[in-house]
Design a protein around this ligand. Structure first.
Ligand code: NAP
Length: 252
């Protein structure tokens, strides 16, 4: 496929981006001309992902960054600015999704972890990046279609994703007019995170029945939505969430 080049000269940070949706977003923006900064917890995953992107001609910097580690977040931002001089796009993609547990059965430590990784670390990453964000920059959160119907099997995970819808609105208002803040809410994409669903035929069938279009989502589907929101094509859009879920019910 011939790519547009909407991100030439732009510097993009995507958190949790050595595989899955985060990698897909970094790859798409990189192929569209961005310098991309990818990261995750494990050095070998970072190295492999960097190699895959370089092989496609993408300008990439790879760093280890566990999103809840303040020092590693600071290093991510500082090294990006030292190398590229500014930041144009931040995609906050990291999340933890423990297997099924009702909210009232979740231990305090699990509630803390979900809040810390899925919500607080994203806020702190953007806080760290804020002084270096260019005029016309863009922030994107990765929520979930489950954000619109929390309370099902995913318990507190879905509630953290609902929180991101509110956070998108709140930060859009705080960061306007220089920075737009939007959100992508993916449907079901078979990735490592939800391996436990992919291995359960009953669950897969239940999800499939809700999808209007054919098949499960692909990381590329999420990447093209994120690329749209981060690009100048969306220059008059802020505070919005784009659901990319093949028609799984979300909202009117
Ligand atoms: P994935 O394929 O499992 O990839 C997760 C990536 O995040 C890996 O690169 C992993 O690398 C890194 N990572 C995990 N924990 C991290 C942490 N604490 N700090 C930094 N990096 C971390 O996951 P995914 O399915 O693409 O999910 C990405 C986002 O999409 C999440 O926010 C998820 O909630 C959302 N989402 C996914 C789906 C879906 O169906 N897949 C649906 C709705 C929403 P390391 O192991 O090296 O850290």
């Amino acid at each position: 496929m011939k790519m547009a080049k909407r991100f030439e000269g732009k510097v993009v940070i995507v958190s949790a981006s050595t595989q899955g949706i985060g990698f897909g977003i970094a790859e798409r923006l990189g192929l569209e001309g961005a310098s991309v900064v990818i990261s995750s917890r494990k050095q070998n995953n970072v190295d492999e992902a960097v190699e895959k992107l370089r092989a496609q001609g993408v300008e990439v910097l790879g760093l280890v960054c566990h999103v809840s580690n303040a020092q590693q977040r600071k290093n991510l931002i500082d090294t990006t600015v030292q190398k590229y001089g500014k930041i144009d796009v931040v995609v906050s993609n990291a999340a933890t999704s423990p297997s099924f547990r009702s909210i009232l059965d979740s231990e305090e430590s699990l509630l803390d972890k979900l809040w810390e990784i899925n919500v607080k670390s994203g806020i702190l990453l953007i806080k760290d990046a804020a002084p270096f964000l260019s005029k016309g920059s863009s922030v994107i959160f990765i929520s979930s279609v489950g954000a619109y119907s929390p309370g099902s099997l995913k318990g507190m995970y879905a509630v953290t994703k609902t929180t991101l819808l509110g956070l998108t609105k709140a930060l859009a208002s705080e960061m306007a007019p220089d920075t737009r803040v939007n959100c992508v809410a993916p449907g079901f994409v078979p990735t490592r995170m939800n391996d436990y669903i992919s291995r359960n035929e009953l669950l897969l069938k239940a999800i499939e029945e809700k999808i209007l279009l054919e098949g499960f989502g692909r990381t590329q589907d999420m990447a093209s939505a994120a690329a749209f929101l981060a690009s100048d094509d969306a220059s008059y859009i802020t505070g919005e969430t784009l659901v990319v879920a093949g028609g799984i019910p979300s909202r009117l």
